[in-house]
Each structure stands twice: as C-alpha cells, then as structure tokens.
Design a protein around this ligand. Sequence first.
Ligand SMILES: Nc1nc2c(c(=O)[nH]1)N[C@H]1C(S)=C(S)[C@@H](COP(=O)(O)OP(=O)(O)OC[C@H]3O[C@@H](n4cnc5c(=O)[nH]c(N)nc54)[C@H](O)[C@@H]3O)O[C@H]1N2
Ligand SMILES: Nc1nc2c(c(=O)[nH]1)N[C@H]1C(S)=C(S)[C@@H](COP(=O)(O)OP(=O)(O)OC[C@H]3O[C@@H](n4cnc5c(=O)[nH]c(N)nc54)[C@H](O)[C@@H]3O)O[C@H]1N2
Ligand code: SF4
Ligand SMILES: [Mo]
Length: 727
Amino acid sequence: MNRREFIKRSGLFGATAAASPTLFLGGCSKPALPGTGEIATTPTVCDICFWKCAGTVHTENGLPWKITGNPDDTHSQGRLCTRGTGGLGAYQDRDRIQQPLLRVTEDGQQKFKPVSWDEAIDFIAERMQSIAGKHGNDRLALLAHGSGGTHFERLLNAFGSHIYAHPSYAQCRGPRDIGFSLTFGESVGSPDRTDMANSGCIVLIGSHIGENLHNSQVQTFTQAVENDASIITVDPRFSVAASKSQYWLPIRPGTDIALLLAWMNVLINEELYDREYIQNYATGFEQLKAHVQPFNPEWAYLETGLDPEQIRTTARTMAMHAPATLVHPGRHTTWYGDDTQRSRAIAIINALLGSWGRKGGFYQPEKVALPKYPAPKPDKSKTDWKSIIQKDFPLAPSGISQAIIENSIGDDAYIKGLFVYSTNLPLTIPNITQKLQQAANSLDLVVVIDTLPAEITGYADVILPECTYLERYDNLRNSPEKIPSLALREPAFKPKHQTKPGWWIAKQLAEKLGLGKYFPWQDYAEVLDWQLKQVGSSLEEMQKIGVKQFKRKTPLYFKPGEKVEFKTATGKIELYSGILKEYGYDPLPKYTPPQESPEGYYRLIYGRAPAHTFGRTTNNPLLFELMPENTVWVNSRTAKAHKLVSGDYVKLKNQDGVISNRIRVRVTERVGPNAVFMAHGFGHTAPNLRLTSNVGADDASLITNVKVDPISGGTGMRSNFVTFMEA
Ligand SMILES: Nc1nc2c(c(=O)[nH]1)N[C@H]1C(S)=C(S)[C@@H](COP(=O)(O)OP(=O)(O)OC[C@H]3O[C@@H](n4cnc5c(=O)[nH]c(N)nc54)[C@H](O)[C@@H]3O)O[C@H]1N2
Ligand SMILES: Nc1nc2c(c(=O)[nH]1)N[C@H]1C(S)=C(S)[C@@H](COP(=O)(O)OP(=O)(O)OC[C@H]3O[C@@H](n4cnc5c(=O)[nH]c(N)nc54)[C@H](O)[C@@H]3O)O[C@H]1N2
Ligand code: SF4
Ligand SMILES: [Mo]
C-alpha cells in the first residue's frame, strides 16, 4: 500500500529557527564591530541561477560578509547580478531543511520524522534493491536541475538505471535546441553562443534581456546598446529591452512565426540575403523561397497586427548590418506548442543573414579539454528507455520531464523509483500536481534532495537536505564559450545543521549498495585536484585565483571562404529539413494561428523579474526584501473596464475555473489590452517557506491548458487566459 498523503505541514523543517534571531549574528552574543575582524576569501561559482558566474565569498571572522564577482571571469566580468549578490541569503535562510526526514505513519497520520543519515541511506538502499529484485535495475529515474545532479546520475547509472530529464529541456530550451540542431547541426548551448558585443543589429523575439538577468549576456547587450547597434525587440510587452530599442514591435502574442516568415519573404524577394553564404553552406534554398512567397508583410499584418512597412524596414535594417546581425534564439522557448517551428524559423533567418559562425552573430564555442577522473565508468544503458517512455517524440535528444512523471503512474508503470534533485516540479511543470500525486501513490520510492522545504518535498518518502553551494565542492565549471576557462566552487562555510553535499550523499548510497568503486574519492577535492593537474593547474592554484583562462585551439569564427562541414545529415545548413519530413513533420516552418481568448479573458504571459530566479529565491531573506511579491501587469483600458487600480489585490481565474492566490494589480501601458503579465516564481503554497508562502500568485497553477510541441515534447505554456475576481 503506497498511498502517500501530500504532507503539507510539519513543524520539523525549521525546528531550530527560533535560536537564530538575526541573520548576520550567527549566534554570537557580542559581534566584533564590522570592519575590525579577520577577512577571508573563498572562490565560488554562483548557483543562484545557471549562468555560473565565478565570484569570491568574503567572510569576516568566519561570518558571511559579501560575495563579489571575479574580474577574470567572462560570465560575470567582475560583477554579479542582483540575485548572485544575494546568494548569502541561501546560506542564511532560516527555513532550510536541517536533517534527513523520513515519511512515517503515527497514530494513523503520515508525517516526516527526523532520522540520521544512516537510517535515511539504509531505507533508500533497501528500497532500491527491492525494486531491482522485483522489476530490474533499470527502473529508477532522476529529475534534476543543477550542478549536483551529475552525482546522482552517476549513482543511478552505476546501479543500472539511466532514465533522467532536466526541466531545462521540456520546460525551457528544448525547442530551441532541436530547431538549431536540425538547421546547423549544433545547438546554441549555455552560455548562449551569441556575439552581441560585436553585433550591429540584435533582434529579440521575446527574450527579455535586462529582466532575464543572465549576467554577461546583459553586459554584452548593454555594450551593443552603447555601440549604437540597432535593437529590434518583438514583444507584446514593453520590456526593459524594448525600452533600449530602435524598434519595438508589439506583436499579437503567439504570431511570431508569421512575422519571421514575412521577414524571410522580404530578405529573399528583395535579394537582401547573403547569397554567397547560402550557396556555399546551405541546402533547400529554392524550397524555402517557394514556401515563403505567400507570406508577405501585408499577410503578416493580419496575423501579427504589425505595420507592413515596419516589417520591411526592420528586415532591411537586419540585412544592412549582416552578418553582424543576431536574431537571438531566446532561451525559455516552450510557448505555444509550435515552438520547434518558431526556433527553426529563427535559425533560418540567421542563416539567410549569414550570421552563424560570423563575428557579431554566433561564435564557435570551446571548452577546456579536461580529462575525467580515472574511476570505473558505469556501463551504458542496456534498454532504450527513450523509446519506452517518450516514444511519441523520436527526435527529442533529451529526457522529457513530464514523460517521466506520466510513466510513474499505475501498477504497470515502467518507472518504480524517482530521485528529484533541485527541481520544484509543482511550480516548474505546468498542470502536473495531480499526476505527481498519482505517481507518488504508485512509485515504490520517492527521494527528494533539496535545500528548502519546497512543494516537491511533500511527495517524498525521504527528504535529504543538501547544503548550499556556499558549503560544498562541485564539479569544475567548464562551459563551452568564447574564452575557455575553468572555475572553482569551494566551501566558504561548514555545512549548516546536518546538511551534506550532493557528492557525499551519492557516495554514501553507492557504498551501501556495494557500488563504492564508482566513487573512489574520500573528498571531492581529490577529483578536482587531479583534473586540474592534468591541465597544468592545481587545487592550490585555483584556491588563489578562482578562474583560469586557457588559450583557444580552434578559430572563433569561420574564415572567409572556409569549407565547413555542418553536423547535419547533409553536412550543410538545412533550410529545408529532410529529417523533419522523414518523421512526418513540416520540413519548412509552418505558422499556426494562436488560440483566441474567450470573451472577457486576457492571455496570461509571464517572465522573469531581476531580483529572483524562478521560485528558488523567493524565500531568500535578502532577495525577498528586494521583491517580496509579484504583481499582475494590467493595461489601463483593461483596468478601467474592471475598475482596478494599482495596488488592489485581485484573484485571477483561468479559462478552466482555476483560481489563483491573491496578487496586486499594477496598471501600466507596458502591456497591451489583450494580455496580462506576471513574474514567475511566486505563490508558493509550502507552509514551511515562511517568508514566501502564500505571497503573490503562481503562474504555473493557472497554466492548465498545455500545448505540447509535437517535435520536442516541450510544454507550451502560453495558451491560458485569465479574468479578475475579488480577492
Ligand atoms: N509556469 C512556469 N513554469 C516554468 C517557467 C516559467 O517561467 N513559468 N520557467 C521554466 C524554466 S525556463 C526553467 S529553466 C524551469 C526551472 O525549474 P526549477 O529549476 O525546478 O526551478 P525552481 O522552482 O527554482 O526549483 C529549484 C528547486 O531547487 C532547490 N534548490 C536550490 N538550490 C539547491 C541546491 O543547492 N541543492 C539542492 N539539492 N536543491 C536546491 C530549491 O529549493 C527548489 O526547490 O522552470 C520552467 N517552468
Ligand atoms: N532574473 C532572472 N533571470 C533569468 C532567470 C530567472 O529566473 N530570473 N531564468 C533564466 C532562464 S532558465 C531562462 S530560460 C531565461 C528566460 O528568459 P527569455 O528566454 O529571455 O524569456 P522568455 O521567458 O521566453 O520570454 C519572456 C518574454 O516574452 C514575452 N512574450 C510573451 N508572449 C510572447 C509572444 O507571443 N511573442 C513574443 N515575441 N514575446 C512574448 C514576455 O512579455 C516577456 O517579456 O531567463 C534566464 N534569466
Ligand atoms: S547571472 Fe546572477 S544569479 Fe546567475 S550565476 Fe550569475 S550572478 Fe549568479
Ligand atoms: Mo530556463
């Protein structure tokens, strides 16, 4: 009998919180005057988002003081963003999970009981072995987002399970990865390989750089603005980026493919495209040319609401600066369910402008050739799990998170045990809570590894408290980028309470399961030191410098006239995609008109706010202070019709009758009359997130109409509509 009650309330999560009344005193009765103590510094890699900026943690007498950016780091260029600067709040958060917790039933009621690490590890290992005995070793899955996920992936691989997914695929970059890979044979990667510092023209399709605070991307965008680059921002909302733009195109939501097709039509018919580049590198031009003929700017006007002359002028501006014109691929691209087609259209325009592999467009990234630590390698998967759990998406290169949940439901489900590392699924995957509950009822084991008592912990059998990034080693940062570099994250503090680093937890489990040979290190520092020594550095050196840059071995851009072999089926840039055709999809980008709003409802759009990363920082005491709650942006006409004024609390009701938590109104001209906008990450319901619980509204709860992209499996989130109710 596996019925798991969703456990909402447990006084145990923050049991000792009352003992530390202020944030900075850390229990000292008489703190030294600030500035008089002993200062120490430790290198870190910020983990408040996934841009991975390198920085330095400064402590005074061992107590937190500040985190600054490392000047030798290209991700931060010496400056952390708002959120990274508030990283100390993750360490100081009073609501952190303090010890392992096990689901028990006492007096007929399910609750979490604090247990020792030994007890927690024993319990998990036993359940894993029992699953393996009944169903085979390959039935465990991992959902992860973040640096420590690799340790658990290794653990499951060593055990014989290979099923995993990251929400950064099907809830984020999936369509873009496939769209660009199908076209250029490679995806855009992270950090995005955009050469904005050298661009003469930048086109942003929704990308709201400036609110989306990926650090060096904001800095290179700012550089482009300072260089007088022409910025063209396509966004139904007057975003921060729109305010820096030469052209703001307030598009009707969901009609971007119509605009992109019209731009192609102008570039091709006015012969503004890079003819030589297309001749040398691309295939399918004639098919593309024929395909876009009907889609002139007048046609696009009817779909997008954008002035045809403005569509022509912006296409000509793009061509004027080409190849130093970058049509930004965006990052969170799971919007309307036709997202791979939109990403393909963006890729194709970049090809027409000749910007892939060219200065001011997309550079060719390079990583440091860092050898792997010589530990035994787990065997490869014996089962083709993707063809079992996500067979409808044969082109998906990665695991699809919602498919893992769906394949965990029912007695016949393929997946029998689930590890969730650093991803808060109820706020992350739209419309998932009911399925999560069903999955939790079916699975033999649910392990959640988190730092906070987030909503996802309520579904666990065992909750394992990881220490924060400021208290642990992780893998060296080695990203594909312009200047290859390595960066070190090292503990600045001893882990608080009984929390432990991910690498330690995975190793304990492995040892208990008799898989210790896959984790032969005593301390993860050994792994890092060994790796660093292979490339002429050492842990000791990195402890001093934090970031080390390496010389590139490959050219940054294509050389003029260079023969390039693209990693596509034809070895060329595929304007027409033979693979899409072969699998029964449209080989050239197809426009699908968006779903219309029901009468009296407004399209719900969402995005980022500079002070927060999703829902992972809303309980961070320092960042909470900067932005305690989100607001719903409402156009003044809409506000008038509903008699709303700024500061009012309302509830939002969606097309399926789901009602949100209360949220304050912000009346503004910056969003059109047909849509409303809110920042994602608020409206937590977990009661032990004491600062943020029940504050603001959660966009995810209102996203019940999910449009799944048939190519990538991405969950399109923007076909939802809301109206206002009294709070
Ligand atoms: N409705 C809606 N859904 C979205 C989006 C949206 O805008 N709106 N955005 C999508 C995008 S682009 C993405 S990338 C995903 C992001 O999705 P997630 O990465 O799932 O985002 P969070 O909700 O921030 O969840 C992070 C979880 O990790 C925990 N955590 C933080 N630090 C650590 C740590 O050091 N160790 C461990 N073990 N846990 C830690 C936090 O407490 C939290 O529970 O969401 C997607 N889903
Ligand atoms: N501060 C901060 N920065 C972050 C993050 C964070 O949590 N906090 N998360 C990071 C992550 S993981 C990601 S993936 C990125 C996401 O950031 P981006 O990829 O830049 O943005 P999106 O979420 O795709 O788009 C949000 C914008 O799209 C606009 N929009 C809505 N509908 C439409 C439409 O139909 N057409 C067009 N053209 N625009 C539309 C919205 O008004 C909004 O301005 O941000 C990253 N940066
Ligand atoms: S962009 Fe900001 S939050 Fe993200 S890693 Fe860099 S400093 Fe940290
Ligand atoms: Mo994302």
